[in-house]
Design a protein around this ligand. Sequence first.
Ligand SMILES: Cc1cc2nc3c(=O)[nH]c(=O)nc-3n(C[C@H](O)[C@H](O)[C@H](O)COP(=O)(O)OP(=O)(O)OC[C@H]3O[C@@H](n4cnc5c(N)ncnc54)[C@H](O)[C@@H]3O)c2cc1C
Length: 410
Amino acid sequence: MIESPSSRPCVYDVLIVGGGPIGGLLATLLAATGLEVAVVEAAPPEALGRTGSDSRAIAIAYTAQKVMVAAGAWTDMEPEAGAIQEIRVTDAASPLFLHYDHLEIGDAPLGWIVPNPVIRRAILAQVIAAPTAHLFAPVRVERLERLPGRVEAHLSDGRILCASVAVAADGRPSPTREAAGITITRRDYHADGMVCTIAHEKPHHGIAHERFLPAGPFAILPLAGNRSGIVWTEPRKRAATLFALDDAGFLEQLRQRMGDFLGDITLDGPRFHHPLALHYAERMTDHRLALVGDAAHGMHPIAGQGMNMGIRDVAALAEAIVDARRLGLDSGGLQVLQRYQRWRHFDTLLMLGLTDSLDRLFSNDTGPLKLARRLGLAAVNSSGPAKRFFIRHAMGLVGDLPRLLRGERL
Ligand SMILES: Cc1cc2nc3c(=O)[nH]c(=O)nc-3n(C[C@H](O)[C@H](O)[C@H](O)COP(=O)(O)OP(=O)(O)OC[C@H]3O[C@@H](n4cnc5c(N)ncnc54)[C@H](O)[C@@H]3O)c2cc1C
């Protein structure tokens, strides 16, 4: 028989629904300060980081990497991470392009490219190792009761967990967000992002390429060694046709888009495709609940910022909770949630607006607009201050940064 925990004090300070990269990162950082954290994950832990389970190559911005370091997860990621030394942005075959070089603002790389399963595995290992983080998996949160002063999560195996506050880190569909009645705004891009890893003959020299082709953006992202991650966007129907090709046919199409600057290419792992859509929650908090990562927002991968925004959520929420606890305040109280909402809402909307405008600007092929954006790229490229601002933005250095993003302790 399951005892109702409502008569007992809560065992956990924070209950996180979802043990993906964002939920796992938050759990590790909070547990490192001594808080008792429960993480409930629907998938079996060994499946989450299995090599070949996902071919997304994730661009981790300079500041986001500092959060991975603070969580102790970077050591496991580093051997698989490719440093981004330069970014080259081109508009179709236009010779005018935007070129970011890390040397323009210092010695540090602009960011790193890491395979998503490596990120998941490294973070999960830290959750499992943390003495005060408790992973419940594979099991689902079926119902979350948000009561005065506490939350109770009813799990699919019959257990009931009690905490001061719940965090929805349960990804795009976020059943927790839905159940809380928080509505989302959504825009379907009617396009798919095809992703795969390629091995190539020649070195990439740490250069990330973002090409705005008429059908959609096409990115070549430098992984460790002579390997690169591909993110290839096409309208949904065309993507389905390309994706249905056998590996040889797909590679042939890929060679046509890429050219031969990396020498001969081969596929290194399975291919996947993801429907692309923008979404954002009308608010990031509710009574005893905070939304983080894809549960709160999702964007076009055009600027490689989706997970980075989730990492910024984690850094802000962890700081708000830990500061409140140090002052003896309620970690799930209104003050904490309001601070988090204020901190993250504007930054999130700004990035969503930016990625959405980029997509609109570059997917429109009318003559004057095409010329204007090519001149725009060239103008930014030749203006020192504008260029440095965009480089700092890509590195995640712009805005009111939480301590963890500044490389400080929580
Ligand atoms: C093609 C593509 C390329 C991308 N490239 C980049 C990039 O370069 N840089 C970047 O920053 N971002 C990028 N992103 C975005 C990035 O992949 C996501 O933002 C990130 O993976 C989201 O992590 P998350 O932990 O919020 O969600 P998820 O990874 O979706 O994790 C959610 C977890 O919650 C669990 N769950 C769900 N419901 C329940 C429940 N009821 N009970 C328990 N558990 C539950 C799920 O099993 C899952 O493990 C890209 C996205 C795409 C599609």
